[in-house]
Design a binder for this molecule. Structure first.
Ligand code: GCU
Length: 363
């Protein structure tokens, strides 16, 4: 069923080099990886801005006595990035459980950093032994077509180039700066760092993890169009819809594909396959038809070709579409399909933490 559905979509081949030769092994896929990264940057998200010349982090505020009834440590950090000799900054909130040993952490690109944010069941995450670095996305760059403020002014000098970075690339760039800095924290478990985001920030988490192999877990919650969902045969939001309302999320060239999904030399399985051989987690919600759970599932399954090259299973799906309230968690990737609508809930976080716990136990 899944195989037939994927064949019917006639996706551009993942495992064929630009020169038409077939990718046969891991070394081949590592070369193909460079082509995949290039095509996605050139056609969809824009080229990632380069890393800053220098990075330093300032602690503005720390609360380590009674935060979360004494179970957690809170720090408000400011990231200073030297770009072309200028000091460009954005804030990050760090929250760690108070415990011995190495701590797995989430880099969470969120809509807000508030401790009581509706998408962040903070106490649950801390009690389960995970740390958090939260970026409030609009503190990096405004969610608008304006490129004059915040980090945008340093990261994109002109939007005239067809492959100039859009806002998703900028939010992803900020998550990578957090990753740059993590080795400075002695208690962070660098082998177990996850990047997570919901919806537009799920697209951002995927792009982050696809471009930056230091993230071991990449979590997309309800990311839909131009995220975890295949564009070919997509229900709900299309490239036309997304480019109409949010053209600035992408590079200027992306809009050329409006109505031409079937001609695109790529599809979103290129993005998901770049997560291999690490762990990809895709969450969909039954009523989130705008995102299109079916195409999110199919896209996750399509990335299996890359995992197979590493001798891995990728997503174990038994050739069938899952029913709601199902976890496909047997393989290297997770597909988490719940009832309800478009949000990131405690239930979703727990599914993602369960999966990471399982992988960590095996090591
Ligand atoms: C809109 C947009 C989606 C996006 C979502 C969100 O619905 O069309 O592509 O994922 O906003 O970020 O909440």
């Amino acid at each position: 069923m899944v195989k037939d559905a994927l064949e019917a979509l006639k996706l551009p081949p993942l495992l064929k080099f630009k020169n038409g030769k077939t990718v046969k092994d891991i070394a081949g896929f590592e070369r193909r990886r460079a082509e995949l990264k290039d095509i996605l940057q050139r056609e969809v998200y824009g080229y990632l801005p380069k890393a800053p010349e220098h990075l330093s982090v300032e602690t503005k505020e720390e609360e380590s006595e009674s935060f979360l009834a004494g179970f957690g440590i809170y720090r408000s950090l400011v990231f200073h990035c030297e770009i072309d000799g200028e000091d460009a900054t954005f804030p990050v909130t760090q929250i760690m459980p108070k415990k011995e040993g190495k701590i797995p952490v989430f880099v969470c690109i969120n809509f807000g950093t508030d401790i009581v944010h509706k998408y962040l069941p903070l106490e649950e995450i801390i009690h389960r032994g995970y740390g958090l670095f939260v970026i409030k996305y609009q503190d990096v760059a405004k969610d608008s077509a304006d490129f004059r403020f915040g980090m945008a002014k340093y990261l994109c000098k002109s939007r005239r180039a067809l492959s100039a970075p859009g806002k998703i690339a900028m939010w992803a760039w900020a998550a990578m700066r957090v990753m740059d800095y993590l080795p400075r924290f002695e208690n962070v478990d660098l082998d177990h760092v996850a990047v997570i985001g919901h919806s537009r920030l799920g697209k951002t988490a995927l792009f982050t993890g696809a471009m930056d192999e230091r993230f071991r877990y990449v979590i997309s919650n309800d990311s839909g169009c131009s995220g975890a969902a295949l564009s070919r045969g997509k229900e709900g939001e299309t490239i036309e819809n997304i480019c109409d309302r949010f053209p600035y999320w992408f590079c200027p060239r992306y809009k050329h594909y409006i109505g031409k999904e079937h001609e695109m030399p790529f599809d979103q399985h290129f993005l998901l396959s770049l997560i291999a051989p690490r762990h990809l987690m895709v969450g969909s919600a039954e009523n989130d038809l705008w995102a299109d759970p079916r195409n999110e599932f199919l896209c996750t399954a399509a990335a299996n070709e890359a995992y197979a090259l590493y001798g891995m299973q990728g997503l174990v799906h038994h050739d069938a579409f899952p029913s709601p309230d199902t976890e496909l968690a047997e393989g290297d990737c997770l597909y988490h399909y719940r009832r309800g609508g478009h949000y990131l809930s405690r239930l979703d976080w727990n599914a993602y933490m369960d999966f990471i716990d399982k992988k960590r136990e095996k090591e």
